[in-house]
Design a protein around this ligand. Structure first.
Ligand code: ZN
Length: 548
């Protein structure tokens, strides 16, 4: 057997795909097979794609005989599926307790899903516990709608947790710790404007507000809590290190005033903790032992450690992983909100977004996210998630259970002279016995491709033709016919619309058997792509594009 280095692997699967499809290999199919065998190759997907394309060009120009000869050199014994798992955790003593801590100010996207899967996964791998903590202490941004969507997404993603904590219900805890800090002389009430604070922090200078006694600070803090100040007029700041090169340490604001109505508490409170403060307190008092988080939090870690040091709170083992960059997609909640407001996207489940809501609607399944998370592991380098990698995992997982149907997009009607009138059946799946689809054909067909002169074609499962004239029925390798798909012109065809991942809708005709497909079922449109049935309307079926 030839060794399985990259070039050979590409050639092997290109040849195989070409042989299965009458000499014409398909890029997505080859890529999918290669990534499922060697997932590490996705690190350099650009080069891989280039090499696959070159190989396909070479193989597709070969005669079938030559493809057969070449392929005999390879071994196609099924490789045993390797169970992927998370890497080992360091410093485990006692029960592992992890947390997932979303802020209910947006819908979850694929990056959140991966971090949450990893955190929850570790807890159960080590027979520990995982806590869900809804960090809803930003009254301007937190919404019930987001809380609900997060809970729904976690459930759909099969991310387990034992307990749910809602931070806004624990304000007294944060206030008590704030008072403790003030009593220790480690926090002070500042009356400077946001602009002045920003300017002085930039200049590494402390403002005069610091020069108050503990007693004065305590009484000002009480005045803040009893709503004597309006937003922006007073902030509680932590005594940090004004000289530090890490800007987050320069006396950061830890509590601010906001009049915004909180989705849960209304106007009960106006003094709200900022992220780092709330996070430090909660991680410690909940007994969290390990936190897996992305590298973008690195600078905040020093600040959080300082808060824990002051208050003598227990620190966590922090495991940093690369930041998940989702190539070519907007993931920032703020940016998405803006796109929605400007009506540039239709909503949080717009097919151009990589929110869980959108990917679920398109036909991605939860298991694909878990597979991807295990693969992403604890790599510290930036992890670029090309959506194609998730697609290749998803394809591998759904392929076996997905029925095949024919749909012709932007159909062109052609007539084949001398075509026999046939009753044919085609399998619902090439490898599994899911039954058959029946077609009755006459002389007229719909096709999607542009036909070339003097070129032999084969209608899949049907017959060979050239220049709109019938040649023969049986598969004939000597014809070197290009395989295309078709539908018989008939009044039984169904109108199909597909919402694509660029937000555009494409239209076509589908075989009548599609009427049996149920809403939310994922199917494959042969030689086109996978799609999920979104809606059945009176005269048409509306699908969402899953992936190639
Ligand atoms: Zn000040």
């Amino acid at each position: 057997m030839i060794n399985s280095d990259k070039t050979n692997l590409i050639l092997k699967y290109t040849l195989k795909n070409a042989l299965d499809y009458n000499g014409k290999a398909n890029f997505q199919s080859v890529l999918g097979r290669i990534l499922s065998e060697k997932p590490e190759l996705k690190q350099n997907i650009k080069d891989l794609a280039k090499e696959i394309n070159e190989t396909i060009k070479k193989v597709n120009s070969m005669k079938l005989e030559q493809i057969k000869k070449e392929i005999s050199k390879y071994d196609f014994e099924e490789k045993k599926h390797e169970e992927r798992d998370f890497k080992k955790l360091e410093n485990v003593s006692g029960k592992v307790i992890t947390r997932i801590a979303p802020e209910p100010s947006k819908y979850l996207h694929i990056g959140h899903a991966l971090v949450f899967i990893i955190n929850s996964g570790y807890a159960y791998k080590y027979k520990g516990r995982c806590i869900l903590r809804l960090e809803d202490t930003n009254p301007e941004k937190s919404e019930k709608e987001y809380v609900n969507s997060i809970l729904e997404d976690l459930k759909w993603l099969k991310i387990k947790y034992d307990k749910k904590i809602i931070c806004s219900k624990r304000m007294k805890i944060y206030y008590d710790y704030a008072e403790k800090l003030i009593n220790m002389g480690k926090a002070y009430v500042c009356f400077c404007s946001r602009d002045k604070i920003k300017k002085l922090r930039h200049e590494k200078t402390r403002c005069e507000c610091y020069n108050k006694s503990v007693k004065e600070n305590l009484s000002e803090w009480k005045r803040m809590l009893s709503k004597k100040y309006s937003p922006g007029k007073a902030n509680l700041r932590l005594l940090g290190d004004m000289e530090s090169n890490n800007g987050t340490l320069r006396d950061p604001i830890i509590f601010r005033i906001s009049n915004a109505k909180h989705y849960l508490l209304g106007n009960k409170h106006i003094v709200w903790p900022l992220y780092d403060f709330e996070n430090s307190i909660e991680d410690s008092i909940l007994g969290i032992t390990h936190v897996v988080r992305s590298k973008e939090f690195e600078l905040r870690a020093e600040l959080q450690d300082l808060i824990k040091d002051y208050l003598n709170l227990k620190k966590q083992e922090v495991i940093e992983i690369g930041r998940f960059n989702i190539l070519g997609a907007v993931t920032q909640g703020r940016e998405i909100r803006e796109l929605i407001e400007k009506r540039k996207v239709s909503g949080w489940d717009d097919p151009r977004l990589v929110t869980i809501k959108s990917l679920r609607r398109r036909g991605f399944i939860p298991e694909s996210f878990h597979e991807l998370a295990k693969g992403a592991g604890l790599s510290k380098s930036e992890t670029n998630i090309d959506i194609r990698i998730l697609a290749s995992i998803n394809r591998k997982l759904i392929d076996d259970r997905t029925k095949r149907y024919s749909v012709i997009f932007t159909p062109k009607k052609i007539k084949i002279e001398n075509a026999p009138e046939l009753k044919v059946k085609a399998p619902l799946h090439p490898d599994h016995n899911y039954g058959f689809r029946n077609f009755t054909t006459k002389k007229e067909y719909y096709i999607q491709d542009n036909l070339e002169k003097n070129q032999n074609y084969r209608f899949m499962h049907l017959f060979n033709f050239r220049d709109n004239k019938f040649i023969s029925r049986e598969l004939d390798k000597n014809l070197d016919a290009r395989l295309i798909h078709w539908l018989p012109v008939s009044k039984d065809l169904v109108n199909v619309e597909v919402m694509m991942d660029d937000g555009k809708i494409i239209k076509g005709f589908g075989e009548s058997n599609l009427k049996k497909v149920k809403v939310n079922e994922i199917v494959q449109f042969e030689r086109n792509f996978f799609a999920k049935l979104d809606k059945k309307e009176k005269n048409k079926l509306i699908f969402w594009f899953t992936h190639k």
